[in-house]
Design a protein around this ligand. Structure first.
Ligand code: E4P
Length: 227
């Protein structure tokens, strides 16, 4: 089991990596844009190489920026060449349900020795097929599933059973964290990995009653020194 950081922010990566808490980092084009990475593929490359170096040998997931079949393969090969610890994210299908993506996933894993993180999935059945195509990671978006009115915990339990029973190599990443409690509840449900946004990791650690208790220790230590 592991916690990854879902961010493109270098300072947040440094902060949690130094603590020894995280076992990988995930990004996507939306996260990179939010974290100020603009300027096309050249900017994505420079930023990705910086992130990959920071956490090496831990894995970093970076997403292709096209849904054209040939272009996805070209980009995936290029991205995987930037650093040894880079995994390439491919969405399970295109914006109109295009199925080329599954072929791309299979080809990258079996012919090009590229580790693929199949992303933007909302159900156990999508994850099963992505895992069967050879994916190294299958990413289900917990917060988005919950926002549709379903409890992602049931999907996590189903996909974990299926992956174990089929003897598939894929590891389940649950992303799209929204609440502090998501991290432990999704790991307990069977996720191999939960990728959490930085503020939720801080929320797991910092407790108001711990603050009050530490304050008491410090004040009493000071009193003891003066007495
Ligand atoms: C996971 O790998 C994704 O980067 C991410 O968690 C998506 O989350 P969102 O629903 O907040 O966009």
């Amino acid at each position: 089991m592991a916690i990854f950081l879902d961010t493109g922010n270098i300072e947040e990566i440094k902060k949690y990596h130094k603590m020894g808490i995280i076992r990988g980092v995930t990004t996507n084009p939306t996260i990179l844009l939010k974290d100020g990475v603009t300027g096309g593929m050249a900017a994505v490359k420079a930023h990705t190489i910086e992130m990959a170096k920071l956490i090496a040998p831990l894995p970093l997931s970076v997403e292709v920026t096209s849904n054209d079949k040939e272009e996805m393969i070209v980009q995936a090969k290029e991205m995987a060449g930037w650093a040894k610890n880079i995994n390439v994210k491919i969405t399970v299908h295109g914006p109109n349900g295009e199925l080329d993506n599954m072929e791309v996933i299979h080809e990258l894993e079996t012919k090009h020795d590229i580790r693929v993180n199949v992303t933007a999935m909302m159900s156990a059945q999508q994850c099963l097929l992505a895992a069967m195509a050879g994916a190294t990671y299958v990413s289900i978006f917990g917060g988005r599933v919950n926002n549709m009115g379903y409890n992602v915990i049931e999907e996590i339990e189903k996909i974990r059973d299926l992956i174990d029973n089929f003897g598939l190599k894929a590891e389940i990443i649950v992303g799209s964290t929204r609440e502090v409690l998501n991290i432990v509840e999704w790991l307990n449900a069977g996720a191999h990995i939960v990728t959490a946004v930085p503020k939720l990791i801080e929320g797991m650690l910092v407790h108001p009653y711990t603050k009050e208790t530490v304050q008491m220790f410090l004040e009493d230590a000071a009193k003891g020194e003066k007495a």
